[in-house]
Design a protein around this ligand. Structure first.
Ligand code: KIV
Ligand code: ZN
Length: 513
């Protein structure tokens, strides 16, 4: 009977902690809901004490997302644990995840504690957490650079005090697979009460070995892996969830282990996380990269036509990338369009359907063939659009070589009034953003901007991702259009709408009991 590996997703904590990956409250809830649909076992929703915003988002996820265990991280300190518990206590399945470092370098230079003090702090804080919550995970930060005998001693104390999971992090991504597997085996053999807890691992990708280390740990007996969608995370990131899950599925016989993730939701989850964080997935990324299932070389295509298994070890359908022979175009009706949405697994509210269909028709007028990727991009934009405090009414640009660009932008405000401004800038996009700033009347910093295309071809839709910073907080927006200036303007407005909505939602949540 294969073992079932617990998939612990930390996209909303370790992933979100990475520079440039922050998400707002609405986005975090949306990602958490998708993670529940994906079927992860545990969602680490955040680090409740880190900021009031983090606390609110952990609490709202704990209150609204059903299915997975909802965890909050906390240092091994009473005030952290109290805050974590306050944030997750309304979940049907709460978990406190507390940690302290156990490596000599961390104990001496960061904690300024002796090993004995670390043991006693572990004892006191796991006991404290356990008095609040029945499910307590204890992590020994920098475990891979800790003395294995000391690590086992700390884990034993944590288990004696009631820890239900003990986690072995490779915090700085220093370990290599055989060594990390040996460490897991040392923990299995060296902690007397190990049978009373689950062994977890948490690997970082500094040497590009996070997934390899996690899989080696599974072979050595780990029962939980901590990972993030698209491998987001501190520095080089964490182990990529989609890679671990597909390795377990594709090479089940090698691991003699399974997990409960619905792999057909992987592609959608990856796209959502990429959209809300504004962090693009590299084309050659395993499983979810744009090229992961593309077979360009003639010799490969020849083999694929003869028998797909020649070059395909997983099907695109298995990660939720269905292949439809029938293409949609301007003559396709609403029924065919709705069927295609359904076959792509895209759930669209009745209220959004008319808008998405209109956007599809408009696109079909400009492009001969509307691909599944186009449809998915349209639906993703529409279903996650926040309230349109501002909407683009029209814009006119004047741009060219050796002249400053000017842009006149007119926005419709919620309620219907129109506001127009003109600005000069370094290129048409800069000029347009400046004109919008004048309309909105806020000091907006553009912290990131990227332009890509949804599909190949000259008539492809441009996809713009914008990240703005307002009063030190970040907001993301996405825009789609066959005109890249319009896509950029739409993305900028979406980020501003997210900022206005977020402030409102957060104020409401802050005042909630
Ligand atoms: O990398 C790490 O050590 C962590 C722990 C807090 C689990 O993220
Ligand atoms: Zn980490």
């Amino acid at each position: 009977m294969p073992r079932t590996i617990t998939i612990f997703d930390t996209t909303l904590r370790d992933g979100e902690q990475a520079p440039g990956c922050s998400m707002n409250l609405g986005e975090k809830i949306e990602v958490a809901r998708q993670l529940a649909t994906l079927g992860v076992d545990v969602i680490e929703a955040g680090f409740a004490i880190a900021s009031p915003g983090d606390f609110i988002s952990v609490r709202e996820i704990a209150r609204s997302v059903r299915g997975p265990i909802i965890a909050s991280l906390s240092r091994a300190l009473e005030k952290d644990i109290d805050q974590a518990w306050e944030a997750i206590r309304d979940s049907e399945r709460p978990r406190i995840h507390t940690f302290i470092a156990t490596s000599p370098i961390h104990m001496e230079h960061k904690l300024k504690m002796s090993p004995e003090q670390v043991v006693e702090q572990t004892r006191a804080m796991v006991r404290y957490a356990r008095n609040l919550c029945a499910d307590v995970e204890f992590s020994a930060e920098d475990a891979s650079r800790s003395d294995p005998a000391f690590l086992c001693r700390v884990f034993q104390v944590a288990i004696e005090e009631g820890a239900t999971t003990i986690n072995v992090p490779d915090t700085v991504g220093y370990s290599v697979p055989d060594e990390f597997a040996a460490l897991v085996r040392a923990v299995r053999e060296g902690v007397p009460d190990i049978d009373k807890a689950r062994i977890s691992v948490h690997c970082h990708d500094d040497l590009g070995l996070a997934v390899a280390n996690s899989l080696a740990a599974i072979k050595a007996g780990a029962e939980q892996v901590e990972c993030t969608v698209n491998g987001l995370g501190e520095r080089a990131g964490n182990a990529a969830l989609e890679e671990i899950v597909m390795a377990l599925k594709t090479r089940a016989e090698s691991f003699d282990a399974v997990c409960s993730v619905r792999t057909t939701e992987l592609h959608r989850t990856s796209r959502l996380v990429s959209t809300v964080t504004g962090v693009k997935v590299q084309p050659n990324k395993a499983i979810v990269g744009g090229n992961a299932f593309a077979h360009e070389a003639g010799i490969h295509q020849h083999g694929m036509l003869a028998n797909k298994a020649t070059y395909e070890i997983m099907t695109p359908e298995s990660i939720g990338l269905p292949h439809n022979e029938m293409v949609l175009g301007k003559h396709s009706g609403r029924h065919a369009f709705e069927e295609r949405l359904e076959s792509l697994g895209l759930k669209v509210d009745e209220a959004d359907m008319a808008g998405i269909f209109a956007a599809f028709k408009e696109l079909a007028d400009k492009k001969k063939v509307v691909s599944d990727r186009d449809i998915e991009a349209l639906a993703l934009g529409r279903t996650r659009a926040s309230t349109k405090h501002y909407a683009l009414d029209r814009f006119v640009i004047n741009a060219g070589t050796n002249l400053s660009s000017t842009s006149v932008v007119r926005l419709a405000k919620l309620g219907g009034s129109l506001s127009e401004h003109v600005a000069v800038g370094d290129g048409p996009i800069d000029a347009s953003f400046k004109a919008i700033d004048k309309i909105v009347g806020r000091s907006i910093v553009l912290s990131d901007f990227s332009l890509g295309s949804v599909t190949e071809g000259k008539d492809a839709q441009g996809e713009a991702l914008v990240r703005i910073s307002v009063d030190g907080e970040h907001f993301n927006g996405r825009g789609l259009s066959t005109d890249v200036v319009e896509a950029s303007i739409q993305a900028y407005i979406a980020a501003i709408n997210s900022m206005v909505s977020e402030t409102g939602v957060r104020d409401a949540a802050r005042n909630a009991p």
